[in-house]
Write a protein that binds this ligand. Sequence first.
Ligand code: 5GP
Ligand code: MN
Length: 343
Amino acid sequence: MINDQHPEFFKAFSELINQRQKINTPILITAHQNPDGDAVGSALGLHWYFKRLGISSVVMMPNSYPKFLDWMPGSKDIVIYENTPEKGKAAVEAAEYMFILDYNDLSRAGNELCDVIGRSKAVKFMIDHHVAPSNCARYIYSDAKQPSTAQMVMLLLMELNSHELLGKDGAACLFTGIITDTGSFRFPLVTAETFRITAALFDLGIDHSAIYAHVYDSYDERRFRLLGYMLAQMEVLGDAGVSVLYLTKEQQQKEQMKKGDTEGFVNYGLNLKGAKVAAFFREDEDFTRISFRSKGQIDMNVFARAHFNGGGHVNAAGGSSYDSLQDTLTRFKELIVPYVQIA
Ligand code: 5GP
Ligand code: MN
């Protein structure tokens, strides 16, 4: 129970709800940079809940979300800080209460927004499932054993006996967060509880097949061609069980790659029989963005933190490198082989 494990958070959240008449400005709900299904899903889920309670809230993301999420109820009203920084700043400055969802350190809100949020006087509530939370919120519900932030939001609302207020729209948002962060219920952190709360979301009327189609059957031709390049040039470190995937800047330019086109590409590396680690390197303007995935005990959060200015979870982490793509790939291959062997 959250009330037992995070009593301060639970009490403060309950009081916020019970004394909602006293809130004067919209509650600000934020998530991390390059928001994924769980970031957008948990934020919009909470937004729908607040709406049905008569609490006004604004959802803000540091930059835009991938196109396969634009069907989500409420997504059109999300404030994208990068596009409208003045509007974003005003929302942060006005907020008396702020939610920090699916991130646990302000640096994950991006360089600019990080400072703006840091200066804010709002009472901050964090709900997050990444390891090593920083002390950037007044009330913290952090649990790295949870497979998604959307699940944590649902557990909180269920414990308050009020999750039905989510309605079909809020439930669809949380379901999206759950499926995208668990690889559709595959990852090790999934438990019976994940299925129990998912059952409760079904009871609220979600159309799961339609949601799956939105999220997974949304490839355009560009994405297929990029995937083709990536798979054709995959390198396999067979003995170590490592798949190395990458896309060069030229390849992305040739296909006029758009943000989000390569979302999920890294997971293909783990489809290789015997693969324990997959890494995907996307060469950008002046750096390379990296996604790491692993199976079992191989801790990619520790690896990403130690070598690639990143972090995340045991089985899914990310990072970046300012060396050239070639040097980055070479460095990764040298580091990962012994790392897999000692794990
Ligand atoms: P992805 O590969 O999908 O971008 O990220 C996988 C996971 O690692 C996500 O949960 C994400 O929050 C986390 N992550 C990705 N990049 C970074 C990073 O640069 N720093 C930290 N701390 N976490 C990251
Ligand atoms: Mn998440």
